[in-house]
Design a protein around this ligand. Structure first.
Ligand SMILES: [Zn+2]
Length: 245
């Protein structure tokens, strides 16, 4: 019967329970972090995908611009041809000179267009190369992301199996602990990062590391009652003579 257990026994049981609960706490934390981890992997991939799409769209825009320049160049060249043909039918020197000037103007325009076209072609080439590189990189990252997701899946299953095991261990210990003490322990466990019972180390609390008054240390040594840290409220024990059954 739990009532007949000594404080020493109770502390021994709590220490055993703390080992189990400590692992449960760590595993739960790991499990809780998983969805966020997966989400950040997926977001990173999605951002890269969007980046590639944007780069492809701006490449398309430059290609359209190049096409427009090509058309404009062709039109001006046709105009030049037309004007050159008309040159032979011109009667006056003045008209001839004016038309020559017009032809020269069109030729000058075209050489500017050609320069611009070369610049656009360079731009396209650089953009294409960069997009190809980004796509290659994306493929690698996608593969790595899948691997990581698979790893997390495997780990989640491991945690699930281990949690079942721990829960079974917990159920075995818990009925032997005094109900009130267990309630106190569980309250602290919940509020203090999964650590409810701690060893006194060099007269300090093993949880919050505050120095403990000598009175508290000696009370704890006596094991006649449950002693807690005045600062963090964790249950304290001294290492000597505590039998861990
Ligand atoms: Zn403390």
């Amino acid at each position: 019967m739990p009532q007949q257990k000594t404080i020493k026994d109770q502390i021994g049981l709590l220490i055993r329970l703390q080992v189990v609960d400590g692992e449960i706490y760590i595993l739960n934390r790991e499990k809780q972090d998983m969805p966020g981890h997966i989400k950040s992997i997926e977001e990173s991939l999605e951002n890269k995908k969007t980046g590639i799409k944007q780069a492809e769209q701006s490449l398309k825009n430059v290609q359209v611009k190049l096409k427009e320049k090509e058309i404009s160049l062709q039109q001006k060249e046709e105009n030049i041809k037309k004007l050159q043909n008309q040159l032979y039918q011109i009667k006056t020197n003045k008209e001839y000179a004016a038309m020559l000037k017009e032809i020269e103007g069109l030729k000058a325009d075209n050489s500017l267009i050609e320069e611009e076209m070369l610049r656009l072609m360079d731009e396209i080439e650089v953009a294409k190369k960069k997009i190809a590189e980004e796509k290659e990189l994306f493929k690698k990252e996608e593969g790595a992301a899948q691997k990581e997701k698979d790893r997390v899946d495997v780990r989640a299953k491991e945690i699930e199996a281990r949690s079942k095991d721990l829960s079974w261990q917990r159920n075995e210990i818990v009925p032997n602990i005094d109900k009130q003490l267990l309630a106190k322990y569980e309250r602290v466990l919940k509020n203090k990062d999964g650590l409810a019972i701690v060893r006194i180390e060099n007269s300090a609390c093993g949880g919050c590391h505050m120095n403990l008054p000598p009175q508290v240390v000696s009370e704890s040594k006596l094991k006649e009652e449950i002693v807690t840290c005045g600062s963090c409220n964790r249950i304290l024990y001294v290492d000597d003579n505590v039998e861990i059954n």
